[in-house]
Design a protein around this ligand. Structure first.
Ligand SMILES: Nc1nc(=O)c2c([nH]1)NC[C@@H]1CN(c3ccc(C(=O)N[C@@H](CCC(=O)O)C(=O)O)cc3)C=[N+]21
Length: 292
């Protein structure tokens, strides 16, 4: 069997097409959604991600507002920039690009974001709403990567309810909120949330119908760990140096030969990454729709 590719580029493109339509409706109502980004420091990876987010906005008709602070920025500088973004009327939603340079307090930065403008769904109020299972008329944005994973599985009709999901990694942006999302009423999966102290990770992965690898260990998940027919989503990404060329290369958490066993496989790149970006746009559009 060869796995069906969960094509994040194509799926994100479909999502963006639907959002562009909703943005036209908002424009007709005189509402102009605007995404702000706050980038601190000069990490090339983070710069590239932020640039990608501005391109995505241009593609669908969202205004974007870019705030960059130098590597030397203090915590007070970061909090002042966040206050400005909270106050700026053209910014209907924004993100603080993570990680922040060493020495800056990420939790304090996330808490300073106006929860109504939190496009990443990482403010404690919004994570709390995820725990509480609050959705509906109150805007409770979901963290973008978990939302993108679920959206992709839905669009490929991968069954979730009653299925066993093994998540590898308990980080703030993926693993921890994803466990909460999958076990929500309506999705109804059973989740095993694993991490670096999990004793027999292979056994936890073997019983999963859906495997999400979000840990950043290159090629951790091998074909003999995967139940035949399972859906495997490769989220972690690590820059590894090719010893032959000395050049950096991006490697996911899943070995490519897993495609010979899995029923569905999201590649990396080209899988969950583009969906993450599409869900960010979706959070901005939803928040703007609730502006009234
Ligand atoms: N506040 C905050 N929110 C985030 O959502 C956030 C963050 N900080 N910090 C970093 C991580 C990482 N992340 C990615 C999103 C999309 C791709 C993506 O689209 N990747 C493409 C490849 C892009 C390329 O080729 O460079 C792909 O997977 O195909 C990757 C990584 C969001 N993050």
């Amino acid at each position: 069997m060869v796995a069906v590719t969960l094509d994040g580029v194509a799926t994100a493109s479909a999502v963006k097409g639907e959002l562009a339509e909703r943005i036209r409706v908002l424009h007709d109502r005189g509402i102009r959604p605007g995404l702000g980004t706050l980038l601190v420091g000069d990490d090339p990876g983070s710069r590239a991600y932020v640039a990608g987010k501005h391109r995505d906005c241009a593609e669908v008709g969202i205004e974007s507002i870019r705030v960059d602070l130098p590597e030397s920025a203090t915590q007070a500088d970061v909090l002042a920039a966040i206050d400005d973004l909270n106050a700026a009327p053209e910014v209907t939603g924004y993100i603080v690009q993570l990680p922040l340079p060493k020495g800056l307090d990420e939790h304090a930065a996330l808490e300073a974001i106006d929860p109504a403008k939190d496009a990443d769904g990482l403010h404690p109020t919004n994570l709390g709403r995820l725990v509480l299972g609050i959705e509906g008329e109150l805007h409770s944005p979901l963290p973008c990567t978990p939302a993108g994973i679920v959206e992709m599985l839905r669009r490929y009709d991968v069954p979730i309810a009653g299925r066993h999901v093994t998540v590898i990694g308990r980080g703030l942006t993926v693993g921890r909120p994803l466990g909460l999302l999958f076990t929500r009423k309506g999705l109804d999966a059973t989740v095993t949330l694993t991490h670096s102290r999990t004793v027999d990770l292979a056994a936890e992965v073997r019983r999963a119908d859906i495997v999400v690898a979000a840990v950043g260990v290159p090629h951790l998940v091998t074909a003999d760990w995967v139940k035949p027919g399972a859906a495997v989503l490769d989220v972690g990404i690590t820059r590894v140096e090719d010893p032959a060329t000395g050049k950096g290369r991006l490697t996911g958490d899943v070995r490519p030969d897993v495609s010979e066993v899995a029923g569905f496989l999201s590649p990396n790149p080209g899988g969950v990454g583009p969906m993450t970006r599409a869900m960010l746009l979706s959070n901005v559009v939803k928040a703007a729709e609730l502006l009234g």
